[in-house]
Structures are given as structure tokens and as C-alpha cells.
Design a protein around this ligand. Structure first.
Ligand code: FAD
Ligand code: PYC
Length: 418
């Protein structure tokens, strides 16, 4: 008998499944002609939604349709920062729901998602930022979210390589610290969800683009795709940067703008950077991956675009900001950079909603900060799809808020320059 050979990529995708030996990741399926529910978008949120629909609501005749490959969108492009230190009660509820799910997710999916709760610092560089961030710490504590205020000396103790020199443009005056915040491995999360959903019967259809939505008498009846038409009574758009494109197929105009957001990684280093640092004023965020690379992110490119690449000037500013905080990195070489497309709502909060078309649901508008929400978002969205009604956590994020004006304005806590 010849032994099966595994490529390095297959080792990552399949994972070692304990004593059962190697298991396939997810079943790459050809589409059936009818499903009980179809999810457009095989990113983190789409795969999580499929998993919870199957696991918690018993809906297994469902398909995830992905125009590229599973995890090739923002899910595979983000800097993986996890935190729940948002200002408003509504946001604290959903992001902390996600945080609680992150804590047990590797075990639940039986997939090493490399979750590392190493702490996230959000720096303050002037009096106004200090006031705002201290207010956020207090709001967080009232909501049971772990948050504390550090002065500059305590910042240096927590993150020894940071410069707290007073002789720079924007000296570090203090920071919020969420100790439970951290980073994980993005593709492992998506593959873990996909593998677990696949084991429950979900079909994953890659290289298949949804090109149209069939509607009869105000109700969804199916989708048109590059692999043929599919009938379904429940259709969920989970297409991140392309939410408004998908919604338009159903005649719905969303209050969303799509922008590039860029990130880059350095050459690998021995462990040197022990936490996550974010600065809104000079604008940089940085952590170190388990491979040793510094993972560095920028503010959004101000122009609207679907190109998945951004302007070089943004990266120049990004590096200048990084070196002000970490002069120790000045001789480092950069290895790769890329962009993703993020969809930003006017209040920098997400949409998790039914729509005017019965049976058509939208999850999007997570902007620069949806990675940390992935398990919580998938969990409450599956509940909405199964029950046709948002639960208490999802209710503040429906489309109605753009009519009533009850916005959840989180630009400050988004912590990424817009
Ligand atoms: P995606 O992975 O983009 O999934 C959407 C999928 O839909 C894509 O795979 C796409 O191909 C597919 N699709 C679109 N249209 C169609 C169609 N018509 N038919 C079929 N498929 C379709 N968030 C954080 O919380 N922390 C961070 O540190 C962080 N850093 C970021 C850094 C960068 C550079 C970027 C770009 C984003 C960052 N984010 C971060 C934001 C986060 O990545 C996103 O909010 C989140 O990943 C979006 O959800 P998703 O994973 O489902 O999206
Ligand atoms: O929301 O924490 C965040 C974030 C970090 C990088 C991009 N978004």
C-alpha cells in the first residue's frame, strides 16, 4: 500500500485530527439545484454562519458559495487583532460575545487557531485622547469588559520595546490595556469553521460567483451563479467589502462605502514584541506573528475602490508612525504587503439584518474591525436566519437604524484611521 503524500499546504488546511488520523478539510462540492439556505461569501463570517446554522439550528442542506477560495478575502488579509473594548453597550455586547466564543473556539473546532490572549494596548498621545480613552475604560468596566488604564511608565513595563521618549511628535502619554485581547491565525479560523461545517453536511462551492438574485412577489426564490441557477428560500449575503454590490442584486441600496485597507509583514525575527500595540494618532498597529514576522497595519485609503491594493503614500506614513513608536525596527526589511476591501457604514458599525426582500439577509459593514467579531457575528446571524428575527445582541444592528437615526457611532473605538 502506498502512503498518502501531504503537501505543506495540505498539512495546514487539514490539521492533525487526533487519533482519527488525517481528515479532509471541507468537501469541495458541485452545487445542488436546491438548498434550504445559501450563504454568499466564504470568509470568516460566512463560514461561521454556516457552522452555527448547522450545529445550533439543524439546517444542514445549505451551501456556502465563494467566488474565489475559502478565506481568500479579508479573512485572509487582516492583522487578526481581537478585542472588545468598544464604547457603546450595543458594541460591547456583540464584541464581547465574540470574545467569549474565541476563548473556546480552537477546542470546539478541533483546529489550532493559535489564539493568543497577549493583551492589546491602545495608545494616547495627547490630553484629548487620554480623556476619550479613559472614558472608554470606564464604559468597558461598566459592561464587564476587562479594561484598564496604564500611564506611560506602565506602558513601557508592559511593552518594553516601545519608545516613551518625550522628544517625538506625539509622545506616548498612556494607554488602555485589554489583557484578554490578542491575535490568532486567520486562515486556521476559516478552515476550522469550514471543516466543522462540512462535517455537518454543509456544501462549500468555490470558484463560483453569485451574479444575480431571483425574487418573486417580494420573496427570494434563488440565486444565479457562474455554475448555474440554485433555488433557495433563504439567502444570506456575507460578502464584506462587496456588501453593497450583492445587495444591489436584490434592488437594495446600502449606506456603505468600500475602501482599501492595507497591511504588511516584515522579515521574521526572534520573539521580541510581546503584545499588540495600536495608535490612532500617529496611526500604526503592530504585533508579532508566531512565525516571527511583524504584522503591521495602516489606516484606510481615503478613496473608494474595489482593487484590493492601496496607495504607497499610506504605507510611507504607516512606516514613519511605526518607527516613531519602535525605533528598534528601523533596520528591518519588509517582505510583503497587500490590501483588502472593507465596507464602512456611516457609524462605523455593522449591519446584521433582514431586508425588505423576504428571505434575504445581510451581514456586512464591519469595516476595518470585523475579524474580532467573526464567531459572534456568525452566531447571531445564524440565529437571525433560522428564526427570521434578530436576537437581543443583533437587534441594534439592523437596517432600521439608518431610518430611525439610532446609530451606534464607534469611529473612536474602531481604532483605525478613517
Ligand atoms: P471576507 O473574508 O472578505 O469574506 C467575504 C467573501 O465574500 C470573500 O471571500 C469574497 O470573495 C466573497 N464574495 C464577494 N462577493 C461575492 C459573490 N458575488 N459571489 C460569491 N462570493 C462573493 N478586523 C479586526 O477585527 N482586526 C484586525 O486586526 C483587522 N485587520 C484588518 C487588516 C486589513 C488589511 C483588512 C483588509 C481588514 C482588517 N480587519 C480587521 C477587518 C476584517 O478583516 C473584516 O471586517 C472581516 O474579515 C470581514 O468578514 P469576512 O471575514 O467574512 O470577509
Ligand atoms: O479593529 O482592532 C481593530 C483593527 C486592528 C486592525 C484593523 N482593525
Amino acid at each position: 500500500m502506498t502512503a498518502k503524500r501531504y503537501s505543506l499546504l495540505s498539512l495546514f488546511r487539514e490539521g492533525l485530527n487526533g487519533h482519527k488520523g488525517w481528515q479532509p478539510a471541507w468537501r469541495a462540492a458541485e452545487p445542488k439545484r436546491r438548498y434550504d439556505a445559501v450563504i454568499i461569501g466564504g470568509g470568516g463570517h460566512g463560514c461561521a454562519t454556516a457552522y452555527y446554522l448547522a450545529k445550533e439550528h439543524g439546517l444542514t442542506n445549505i451551501a456556502v458559495i465563494e467566488k474565489g477560495w475559502i478565506g481568500g478575502g479579508n479573512a485572509g488579509r487582516n492583522t487578526t487583532i481581537i478585542r472588545s473594548n468598544y464604547l457603546y453597550d450595543e458594541s460591547a455586547a456583540i464584541y464581547d460575545h465574540a470574545m467569549q466564543l474565541w476563548k473556546g473556539l480552537g477546542r470546539e473546532l478541533n483546529f489550532n487557531i493559535m489564539m493568543s490572549h497577549r493583551g492589546v494596548l491602545n495608545l494616547a498621545h495627547d490630553d484629548n485622547e487620554m480623556r476619550q480613552l479613559k472614558r472608554r475604560v470606564e464604559a468597558n468596566q461598566l459592561n464587564g469588559v476587562d479594561a484598564e488604564w496604564l500611564d506611560a511608565k506602565q506602558v513601557k513595563e508592559y511593552c518594553p520595546i516601545i519608545s516613551i521618549s518625550p522628544d517625538v511628535r506625539y509622545p506616548v502619554l498612556g494607554a488602555t490595556l485589554q489583557r484578554s485581547g490578542g491575535v490568532n491565525r486567520h486562515d486556521a479560523v476559516v478552515w476550522g469553521y469550514a471543516r466543522a461545517a462540512s462535517a455537518l453536511g454543509v456544501d462549500f462551492i468555490e470558484k463560483c460567483e453569485v451574479t444575480g438574485i431571483e425574487i418573486e412577489n417580494g420573496k427570494v426564490t434563488g440565486v444565479r451563479t457562474t455554475k448555474g441557477d440554485i433555488k433557495t428560500g433563504k439567502l444570506a449575503s456575507v460578502t464584506a467589502g462587496h456588501s453593497s454590490v450583492t445587495a444591489k442584486m436584490a434592488g437594495i441600496r446600502l449606506p456603505i462605502e468600500s475602501h482599501p485597507l492595507q497591511a504588511l509583514v516584515s522579515e521574521p525575527l526572534k520573539p521580541i514584541h510581546n503584545c499588540v500595540v495600536m495608535s490612532n494618532a500617529v496611526h500604526a498597529y503592530c504585533s508579532q506573528s508566531d512565525k516571527g514576522e511583524l504584522v503591521i497595519g495602516a489606516g484606510i485609503d481615503p478613496h473608494i475602490s474595489y482593487t484590493q491594493r492601496g496607495a504607497f503614500s499610506i504605507l510611507e506614513e504607516e512606516i514613519a508612525a511605526l518607527l516613531e513608536l519602535f525605533p528598534i525596527f528601523s533596520r528591518l526589511r519588509l517582505m510583503r504587503h497587500w490590501g483588502g476591501i472593507v465596507d464602512v457604514c456611516p457609524d462605523a458599525s455593522a449591519i446584521i439584518s433582514k431586508t425588505p426582500v423576504a428571505g434575504f439577509y445581510i451581514n456586512g459593514g464591519w469595516g476595518t474591525g470585523g475579524w474580532k467579531a467573526t464567531p459572534g457575528s456568525g452566531h447571531v446571524f445564524a440565529d437571525l436566519i433560522a428564526n427570521d428575527k434578530p436576537n437581543d445582541i443583533a437587534a441594534p444592528f439592523t437596517l432600521e437604524r439608518f431610518e430611525t437615526g439610532k446609530l451606534v457611532a464607534e469611529h473612536g473605538a474602531a481604532a483605525v484611521a478613517h
